[in-house]
Write a protein of this length. Structure first.
Length: 396
């Protein structure tokens, strides 16, 4: 079975002063058009009217003809049209109850980016030229693009640390399903160890945020003392952003390596359907949970599994994986977090995390047998998820 994979290749680049100024203007115009279109659609919404993409596109044409917004003509029109398409997608997700109502973009907090389609850039002989620019971007080609492919979309962005990136979206013929191996693994996510596998392997939690916590706190204290709006504050903010970027880069690199290995080695991967957004409400554990990046781990695991023909099963979050004996099936009444090793009435001594991973694996395989599908919370004939049914209490 062949798959058609669109893959984004992200590279760092160093713009000239003219290119940086042009891109900064483009970012500002994209934000302006998005906010104006959102305001127009919101106002129409209060009048019980709906405005779609084509109507906002006509508005954009009219805005460009006004003296006040004539500067919109100075940048490429393609990123502005793409901003309207992104707004349409946001509203479609809202009406489909998949997301909240779209929010206005902030000059200081929102992502600075612009998207170019094929009519607004030229890619030839390893050089990328964007519309309104006479020189190609100086890209650091850290890895080659797939041979013989051309990007369909180019996205230019600048992060809070001031770094410039270009993302090239193209077909990747090298992504193909891996041969099946029949291996299955259960994964228990934690804080003491980032991941514990049903094989008994424990992957250490690197805790990148904790490593740089002292340096981060120092720079944040300096930032807090700077006068708002001053050049000194801007420089201090940049130092804080660079530390955050270093932490995020290291974390993302580690997660990519782990997820790629798990997908290559296993045909079936069973994880727990954790509600991280609720878990971070615990003030004592919020920082550690955020540093572990469980949501990002799951996202990477799922899209790589689709690429390579693997299966990821998410077990219901209420499944008592830690309190259930994987040997005899006895369910313990309580299992505090400080209990890392415990002995069941049947005489089996369990490592808490390894036992949970084994239970998740068994529950995930039961899901496939019961035909309950990959997504948790799917109903079975008795009205419960296949992984949410309480195990029967057995005598030792």
């Amino acid at each position: 079975m062949s798959t058609h994979v669109k893959r984004a290749y992200r590279y760092c680049f160093y713009p000239t002063d003219a290119q940086a100024a042009e891109l900064s203007r483009t970012f500002g115009c994209v934000r302006k058009v998005y906010n104006m279109a959102l305001a127009a659609r919101t106002e129409a919404w209060t009048r019980q009217e709906r405005v779609n993409y084509h109507q906002t596109s006509a508005m954009l044409t009219a805005w460009k003809k006004t003296e006040e917004l004539a500067y919109l003509n100075e940048v490429s029109s393609v990123p502005l049209q793409q901003a309207l398409r992104h707004l349409q997608t946001a509203f479609a997700s809202f009406f489909g109850k998949r997301a909240k109502y779209p929010r206005f973009k902030s000059r200081k907090k929102s992502r600075r980016s612009a998207e170019y389609t094929t009519s607004a850039f030229r890619f030839r002989d390893g050089e990328l030229r964007l519309a309104k620019m006479s020189e190609p971007l100086r890209i650091v080609w850290s890895r080659p693009l797939p041979e013989g492919v051309s990007p369909s979309t180019v996205t230019v962005s600048q992060d809070a640390a001031g770094r410039w990136f270009v993302s090239l979206l193209c077909d990747d013929p090298g992504v193909k399903p891996l041969p099946g191996n029949g291996n299955a693994v259960g994964i228990d996510a934690g804080l003491e160890h980032l991941l514990t596998l049903s094989t008994g392997e424990k992957i250490v939690n690197p805790r990148y945020e904790r490593r740089d916590r002292a340096a981060l706190a120092k720079q944040q204290r300096r930032l807090a003392k700077k006068e708002k709006g001053s050049a000194n504050r801007a420089r201090a903010r940049l130092k804080v952003a660079k530390i955050h970027a270093r932490i995020a880069d290291r974390r993302r690199d580690t997660l990519h390596k782990i997820t790629t290995r798990l997908v290559r080695e296993n045909q079936t991967i069973v994880i727990e359907d954790l509600t991280v957004r609720n878990m971070v409400k615990n003030r004592k554990l919020a920082r550690a949970i955020s540093d572990a990046a469980w949501s990002e781990f799951r996202s990477m695991l799922e899209y790589k599994a689709v690429w390579y023909g693997r299966e990821v099963i998410a077990v219901d979050r209420w499944f008592p994986s830690s309190k259930l004996c994987s040997a005899c099936g006895t369910l313990q009444d309580r299992m505090p977090l400080n209990v890392r090793t415990w002995t069941c009435d049947c005489g089996t001594t369990h490592d808490r995390d390894v036992n949970a991973a084994n239970n998740l694996l068994a529950a995930g395989l039961a899901v496939t047998v019961c035909g309950a599908g990959v997504r948790p919370q799917r109903s079975t004939p008795d009205g419960q998820s296949a992984t949410k049914q309480k195990p029967s209490r057995r005598e030792p």
